[in-house]
Write a protein that binds this ligand. Structure first.
Ligand SMILES: NC(=O)C1=CN([C@@H]2O[C@H](COP(=O)(O)OP(=O)(O)OC[C@H]3O[C@@H](n4cnc5c(N)ncnc54)[C@H](O)[C@@H]3O)[C@@H](O)[C@H]2O)C=CC1
Ligand SMILES: NCC(=O)COP(=O)(O)O
Length: 376
């Protein structure tokens, strides 16, 4: 089980202290420049607690960062402790030509902003593959605007995996409770597919591959060698013996039984009815009793996007981190999206972006100190 401490805010998520001689080098992409990416990046990079343990290079457009900075200053954010000045930042400038500039307006995402966000990610991946960075922290992009720009990917995760030549990868959300210090880890078995496709996409093969990734990641990245993992059911009441859905009886229960036999040191509980699955994590997140954390699991395997992300965002929208597991390098991201509705207003909360940079720093340190433990 993860340990607890009263100093929750400053605790590491991996449970390790930095003992490296060099600082992790991170690429931070701007995401969709019409969204809140530039704002949360400038806010996160103003926080010395976030930046002092790593070397950050922003992958974006200097012109757009300057424009965001000026606009946010006009919104009343004048404190240098709240907003980093682009002049102080290391930036790999994906220059805009003059024709592109008027097309990028805060709050108005379009094919042009979508195209830029794709180029930022591509550059971050290429430079990381060339050894310039140890990890990538991505600001949010809009999937529909990637499509409008001609890039047909479900999200950044799939681009990272494809460009890395990785077939087995997973979307893991990590958050430490500011109330109790307990750490919620939720892996999604399926991600950006229509709900109607979920039952046929879920197979024992897919679940086995996600479980492999999760177990490897818990050991190498979080130091949990004998984890307790809860696996969700698909149907109400996990099917109620087949009365409310057949997937549990047909293959989920037999698959889990087989996994238990093959992995005797790992506690695999499930399929837990999807509604009650989140009661104990809720208690561990909000409660201050040690028993709550002991009753909760080290990780949760949710079967589809909203089954996992509704509880994650209810508990931890301001601070959860999306991390891609199975890549040859570290990748983290805030849990929120482009928030076009508030872009440029100066009210975006950068806590999740700060947490994403801090976790990337910890994960790189972990891998630098134990390179053989890297999964993927
Ligand atoms: N990692 C990524 O790249 C992600 C991208 N998205 C993309 O973002 C776009 C918008 O998605 P939505 O579902 O509307 O989710 P969203 O997270 O962008 O916004 C949902 C609500 O939360 C608010 N919000 C989000 N982040 C906030 C912050 N940091 N501070 C204060 N308020 C915040 C927004 O104003 C909005 O009211 C979509 O195109 C989606 O594909 C969504 C989630 C993650
Ligand atoms: N809902 C999570 C999400 O949209 C993350 O997508 P991405 O990191 O793959 O771009």
């Amino acid at each position: 089980m993860s340990d607890l401490s009263t100093n929750h805010q400053n605790m590491s998520l991996t449970g390790k202290l930095n003992s490296q001689s060099r600082r992790p080098r991170l690429a931070v992409t701007l995401g969709d420049p019409a969204g809140i990416g530039p704002e949360v990046v400038l806010k996160a990079l103003a926080d010395s607690q976030v930046t002092s343990n790593c070397e950050i290079t922003v992958i974006g457009s200097r012109y757009l960062l300057n424009a965001a900075y000026t606009q946010l200053r006009h919104q009343g954010i004048e404190d240098v402790a709240t907003l980093a000045s682009p002049e102080t930042l290391s930036i790999i400038d994906i220059e805009l030509d003059y024709g592109q500039r008027p097309q990028i307006t805060p709050g108005v995402g379009n094919a042009a902003s979508g195209a830029l966000s794709f180029v930022y990610l591509e550059n971050a991946i290429a430079l990381t593959q060339r050894g310039q960075f140890d990890g990538i922290v991505t600001a949010p992009i809009a999937k529909s605007l990637w499509k409008a720009a001609g890039h047909d990917y479900p999200g950044q995760t799939e681009v990272l995996a494809q460009y890395s030549g990785v077939k087995q990868f997973g979307m893991l959300f990590v958050a430490r409770s500011p109330h109790s210090g307990w750490v919620l880890r939720t892996l999604l078995a399926t991600t950006h597919i229509p709900l109607s496709q979920v039952p046929n996409t879920l197979t024992p093969l897919l679940m086995g591959s996600k479980l492999d990734l999760l177990i490897a990641c818990l050991a190498s990245d979080f130091g949990i060698k004998k984890p307790r993992i809860a696996i969700s059911g698909l149907n109400p009441h996990s099917g109620e013996q087949g009365q409310l859905g057949c997937e549990e009886q047909d293959w989920l229960i037999p698959w889990l039984e087989q996994e238990r036999q093959q992995r005797p040191t790992i506690q695999l509980d499930g399929p837990v009815p999807p509604d009650t699955l989140w009661v104990k994590p809720g208690q561990a997140w909000y409660g201050n009793h040690q028993q709550y954390a002991h009753d909760a699991y080290d990780a949760y395997l949710a079967l589809y996007h909203d089954q996992g992300l509704i509880p994650v965002k209810l508990m931890a929208f301001d601070r959860a981190i999306n991390t891609t597991i199975g890549l040859p390098f570290v990748r983290t991201s805030p849990d929120h999206g482009t928030a076009f509705d508030i872009a440029g207003l100066g009210i975006a909360n950068a806590t999740s972006m700060k947490a994403a940079i801090s976790l990337a720093t910890e994960l790189v340190n972990q891998r630098l100190s134990n390179p053989l433990a890297i999964s993927g």
